[in-house]
Design a protein around this ligand. Structure first.
Ligand SMILES: C[S@@+](CC[C@H](N)C(=O)[O-])C[C@H]1O[C@@H](n2cnc3c(N)ncnc32)[C@H](O)[C@@H]1O
Length: 273
């Protein structure tokens, strides 16, 4: 016969096992809460402060006509903040828990119709449809993605929290105002049209060398080569000086058109040779 005491001990042991089981079951159902510094595929998760995101989108002059992407989108905040401004967007994130959390936060913010998230590798993502990028990643990751950035439509805006894109001079850098502790510096890069090469400009040859949005080169007319000064692109808009003449214009694929002022004036056009 089992004594009353042994039975009571057995029952207590059973309840301890049940309690442990329930506690661990409840724990496994606990909502996922990301912790800053949490490891990710190629970098840890550190969120961009909301004040910095607002500054990034102010600098990018974000409108509802844009399509925003974030690569390594964490808890989805860059895409959700853009969606709250009316802009559709897509976040690409490797960690499925963060993707699920992003979808939940987008639903809570009432922007699920604009803010979408997929699990994927930031380096494999197709960014060709994006007109604005809102990024926070390490310099070597930005460097690795630079060829993809330069293949975006001219005039696309890349906004970056903290780290700049190696080798690419920013079009502007500003600090977030208001509530922002760390990671409050925002950089803007405007994707330049690709113009490197030789162009036929009137009776002359315009040879351009391009480093991101900066241009050097020569304008050769009648055998006389004049160096290009102050050469710069702002998306598809081009400006340079040759001698005493200032050229401004617009690049459209393999042709450029614009106006001259200074020693020569009027309109100019060029086509790629
Ligand atoms: C510094 S956090 C930035 C989060 C978010 N963009 C923001 O600004 O708040 C970097 C994020 O990239 C994710 N990540 C790391 N390597 C990745 C990869 N190869 N592909 C996609 N996501 C990645 C991490 O899980 C983390 O969420």
């Amino acid at each position: 016969m089992i004594s009353v005491r042994r039975f009571a001990e057995f029952a207590i042991a059973l309840s301890i096992v049940a309690l442990a089981y329930n506690t661990s079951a409840q724990e496994s159902k606990k909502p996922f809460e990301p912790v800053p510094g949490m490891p990710g595929k190629d970098s840890v998760w550190v969120p961009t402060p909301f004040a910095t995101l607002e500054k990034m989108y102010d600098m990018a002059k974000l409108t509802p006509k844009d399509f925003v992407m974030d690569l390594g989108s964490g808890d989805g905040r860059a895409i959700i903040v853009a969606a709250k401004r009316g802009a559709p967007g897509l976040g690409v994130e490797w960690n499925q828990d963060l993707v699920d959390l992003s979808n939940k936060l987008a639903a809570e913010a009432g922007v699920s119709h604009l803010a979408k998230f997929v699990r994927g590798d930031m380096f494999a993502a197709d960014i060709s449809k994006a007109s604005v990028l809102g990024l926070f990643m390490l310099p070597d990751q930005l460097a690795k993605l630079t060829p993809k950035f330069l293949a975006m439509q001219p005039g696309s805006r890349i906004t970056v929290n903290g780290f700049g894109i190696p080798g690419w001079t920013t079009d502007s850098t500003e600090r977030a105002t208001g509530e922002c502790g760390t990671w409050c510096t925002a950089h803007l890069y405007i994707v330049p049209a690709p113009v490197e090469g030789t162009w036929r400009l009137g009776d002359g040859n315009l040879t351009l060398k391009q480093s991101f949005q900066m241009l050097t080169g020569t304008l050769t007319i009648g055998g006389k080569a004049t160096p290009i000064a102050n050469g710069r692109l702002n998306g598809a808009e081009i400006a340079f000086t040759a001698g005493e003449t200032q050229y401004t214009g617009r690049v459209d694929g393999n042709s450029m058109t614009g106006a001259m002022k200074g020693q020569a004036s009027g309109s100019w056009s060029a086509s790629r040779k």
